[in-house]
Design a protein. Structure first.
Length: 255
């Protein structure tokens, strides 16, 4: 399973892009940096976008991706998420006010965009991958995603504070190749992290104490806020006993 990092930060500057990842060529995870990272040809190859929740830093490039897809006359783009996420996108994003409703604008063989609801804790086929949403603890309904193909799984944790169900699901996997987890704020911003339902290095370390997988499992970290980047990186250096890797733009993994 190939994983490409398009955006991995909790904010934006010329050197930071918000959450967006590409599995193979055809499935994106969140849309914080799709069109700002990929050529038109690469964009056209994407068939589905898994959306963890409807906060702007995770959905923003759905707007420009749909617009480009329509102009290209490409195939229908599936936007995949739990029902609450899909409802938010219908109501507040693709609503003919903030942005055109591309579900009613044709591209090549049908609508430019199609919404696909997936249910928590139920596996669904998404372009040859088995995708299972798992609810996590954020300020809006948010899901992690377990993504499985060819006897290998990766987990994308979404945005979350301390949570429990996700660890139960992770510990039941016998083919996990990598775990992608957020960490956003430094330890002395713990109150802000708690109120916004994000992790600090200390709470990340506590959460990883719930993980029963091998200490060698790659823990791929994303969503550090640019303002606090140096402080978070210093504090992560003190988290012991786990194979932590802070993601960088354009990193690629074969898992």
């Amino acid at each position: 399973m190939q994983l490409r990092i398009l955006g991995c930060h909790g904010g934006e500057t010329p050197k930071h892009r918000t959450s967006s990842f590409l599995v193979g060529d055809e499935v994106a995870i969140d849309a914080g940096a799709i069109t700002s990272s990929l050529s038109l040809g690469e964009q056209e190859r994407i068939r589905s976008v898994l959306v963890s929740h409807p906060h702007m830093d995770h959905i923003r490039d759905l707007a420009t991706l749909a617009d480009n897809r329509c102009q290209q006359g490409g195939s229908t783009l599936d936007i995949v998420g739990i029902p609450a996420t899909i409802e938010a996108l219908r109501t507040h994003f693709f609503n003919d006010i903030l942005w055109p409703d591309f579900t009613r604008i044709d591209a090549k063989d049908g609508p430019t965009v199609r919404f696909v609801e997936v249910q928590p804790n139920q596996a669904s086929d998404v372009d040859g991958y088995q995708v299972t949403p798992v609810m996590v603890n954020h300020t809006v309904d948010t899901s992690a995603f377990i993504i499985h193909q060819n006897n290998a799984s990766i987990v994308y944790g979404g945005d979350t504070g301390p949570t429990d169900e996700l660890w139960t699901r992770i510990n039941a996997l016998d083919d996990l190749q990598a775990l992608m987890m957020e960490v956003s704020f430094p330890n002395d911003e713990a109150d802000l992290a708690y109120r916004s339902r994000h992790l600090t290095p200390d709470t990340l370390s506590s959460e990883l104490g719930k993980l029963e997988q091998s200490d060698e499992l790659p823990i791929l970290l994303y969503h550090i806020k640019p303002t606090f980047e140096a402080r978070v990186l210093r504090e992560l250096a003190h988290v012991r006993g786990r194979n932590l890797q802070v993601l960088q733009l354009e990193d690629e993994f074969l898992l």
